[in-house]
Ligand binder design. Structure first.
Ligand code: GSH
Length: 231
C-alpha cells in the first residue's frame, strides 16, 4: 500500500463514484478533494493530463508522488493494492468484466445525452438507447451481483448509472425507463450497498437536479416543472 492517496473529485461526477466505491469496498483510506469543474484550479490543471476527474494522487513511502487518471484504471489499481481481488483471476472472466465496465461508461455517456437532449424527439431517441442497454444487461446479469455472489468492478461501474435513473424516477414520481426484472433487482441491491451510498453526499439528488436544470434541456425542464408542482 502507498503512504497516502488523494482522490481529486467532483460532487456529481459518476466516474469519481466508481473509484470511491472500489476504495470503500476494499477499505482503502483516501482523502477526497472536490473541485469546481467550471473553474478548475491551476494546481489541478498542472497535474492533470486530461483536465478530467477523477485523478488519484499516490504518495509512496519515499515521498514520491504519481498521478493516475481514468476511472477504470484507478479502480483496477485500487483493486490490486489491497485485500481480495474484485476482478476475477481467470483471464477470460477478467476480460469479460473489463468489457462490461466499459459498457457502463457508454451507458453514462448515453445518460448524459439523455439529460442534455434539447427537445422531445432527441430525448426519446436517447431514452430508447438507454432502455436497449438495460435490456442487453438483463441477459448478461447473474445476480445478485453482475457476476454472481461476489460484488465486483462491474457493480462499482453501474452504481452511478442507476443512481442517475433513481434520481430521475424519484423526482418524476414514476419510472422514466422501465427496468427489466433482473436489472431492477440488481439496481435495488446497488442502491442499498453501503459503498455505493457513501460515494455521494446527502444533497446529491437536489444538486444533480439543479445542475441538469441549468442545461435547459427537455429533461431539465420536466424536472424543474415537477419540482415546482411539488412545492
Ligand atoms: N473517461 C474518464 C471520464 C471522466 C470525466 O468525463 N469526468 C468529467 C466529470 S464527470 C470531467 O472531469 N469533465 C471535465 C471536463 O471535461 O472538462 C474516466 O473514466 O475517468
Amino acid at each position: 500500500m502507498p503512504k497516502s492517496l488523494r482522490l481529486i473529485s467532483h460532487k456529481l461526477c459518476p466516474y469519481v463514484q466508481r473509484a470511491v466505491i472500489v476504495a470503500t469496498e476494499k477499505d482503502i483510506p483516501f482523502h477526497r478533494i472536490d473541485i469546481d469543474l467550471a473553474n478548475k484550479p491551476d494546481w489541478f490543471l498542472d497535474i492533470s493530463a486530461t483536465g478530467k476527474v477523477p485523478l488519484l494522487e499516490v504518495t509512496e513511502h519515499d515521498g514520491s508522488t504519481r498521478i493516475i487518471f481514468e476511472s477504470a484504471v484507478i479502480a483496477e489499481y485500487l483493486d490490486e493494492i489491497a485485500g481480495q481481488r474484485l476482478l476475477p483471476a481467470d483471464p477470460l472472466e477478467r476480460a469479460r468484466e473489463r468489457a462490461w465496465v466499459e459498457y457502463g461508461a457508454q451507458a453514462l455517456a448515453d445518460i448524459y445525452r439523455l439529460y442534455t437532449a434539447p427537445d422531445e424527439a432527441r430525448f426519446e431517441t436517447e431514452r430508447k438507447q438507454v432502455e436497449a442497454k438495460l435490456e442487453r444487461l438483463e441477459n448478461e446479469l447473474s445476480g445478485p451481483w453482475f457476476s454472481g455472489d461476489k460484488f465486483g468492478l462491474v457493480d462499482a461501474a453501474f452504481g452511478p448509472v442507476f443512481r442517475y435513473l433513481d434520481v430521475f424516477d424519484w423526482r418524476l414520481g414514476r419510472p422514466l425507463i422501465e427496468r427489466p426484472a433482473k436489472v431492477r433487482a440488481w439496481s435495488e441491491a446497488l442502491a442499498a450497498r453501503p459503498s455505493v451510498r457513501a460515494a455521494v453526499g446527502e444533497d446529491y439528488a437536489e444538486r444533480l437536479i439543479d445542475f441538469i436544470v441549468t442545461k435547459n434541456s427537455y429533461l431539465g425542464d420536466k424536472l424543474e416543472r415537477h419540482a415546482l408542482e411539488l412545492a
